[in-house]
Design a protein around this ligand. Sequence first.
Ligand code: SAM
Length: 461
Amino acid sequence: MPSPFISPSSVSQPDDLAILHLRRDLLIPTILQTHDDEDLGYEEGKVTNTRFGSFPHSTLLGKPWGSQIVASVVDTGSRGRRRLSKKPGNDTRHLKRKADELDSPGISDEAKPLLKPAIAASSGFIHLLHPTPESWTASLPHRTQVVYTPDYSYILHRLRVRPGSTIIEAGAGSGSFTHAAARAVFDGYPIEQPATKKRCLGRVYSFEFHTQRVEKISKEIEQHRLGGLVEVTHRDVYNDGFLLGNPKTGASPNANAVFLDLPAPWQALKHLVRESPSGPRSPLDPSSPVHICTFSPCLEQAQRTISTLRQQSWLSISMVEVHHKRIEVRREGYGLDSGSLRGGTMFPKSVDEAISKLLVAEDRAKQFREAQIVQKESLEATPDYKTGENEDCDTKSGLPDKFATVSSSQSQVPSVLQGRLVHRTEPELKTHTSYLVFAVLPCSWSEADEQRCRQSWPSGN
Ligand code: SAM
């Protein structure tokens, strides 16, 4: 079966890694199972308990990715009930209470559809997502510092990693970079195929010297069905380099890209050289320039790396620090727009808050409609209205500019009533600030290459 990271099936299946999306900053990875880890034979399968309720995997399987799943209100078995009762927020009686609130006389029929999302929000639901390197990075069990999405996107781009590339990575750590690299090298051909058939050429050769981390990442790679793309080797790369299998006589990965996230990357550089008749076998692709990136939190580490790169003939050396900021732009406050809640991503915290905000919005909309009628009547009374010569008017609505529409989808509500437009940077965006050192090692150029090149020149040049 193909990896859910590379080509997810249309619906969730047993043994798939799924990401339970509770909030944008709260993702839970889980392997979907029809049986519990303890194999006690409960019909609901494994149960994932979250702060938004309990989710037996029987309710998550066979669903299109992206589905909204409401927390279980069924009896999830005595074990499930025991877990439920321990956690606040897992009591499902509140679902009925919230639904009853919708029928209370204080809520107009117009407001009910608007309140439903708020009720659902407080009832406990998640979205079921297939994994991506980005969501895995945001949710993986941390064993080390990890490389975050803003950094690895830039790194893979600068390393020119593309479908079919071969990349060496050390150390593997928690496998955050590994998953992004695996997706980048996948070239669309089947990962597992007999050597005689066309099959995926891209590879990630990942090295790690910490025994437990090697075991964990190897297990994850297998569970995520990335085994044909990623090969993990247990190795101290400072001493033993990057050949596959035997450190002295093993096969070369033939890499054209290298990423080193190590405490002392300069100590590994002696192994990343071109092959010479007297020297050891090279792990690099002899037919291509090799791009390298090292990731170091201290400037002193970056300086030592740069110095060693220079001594070993690497070119185009540069250093970059990625400062990634996401800017959130939204309207503060609520407006009414053909029956939907406006107000960016803000959800009311409670039903009471939602109701009071809706009442304010309804009041504003009513005022606006009345103002519209008054304006229209007074405009119709002006002589140049019908000729369309009044420059201060929005020609479509015939309203003065201060009530001009902002877009066709917002045609009913003027921007002044939609709330104040605000933007702010999001300080909590996760990224581990490090210095990225990039360099290129050109192909080696021998006397024989030079002769061949000269012979191909047109005569007279
Ligand atoms: N890039 C990884 C990620 O995105 O999850 C995190 C790497 S972590 C910061 C650094 C890793 O390098 C650690 O897991 C450590 O065990 C490993 N390491 C340190 N020295 C090493 C060596 N000489 N050979 C191989 N791995 C080494």
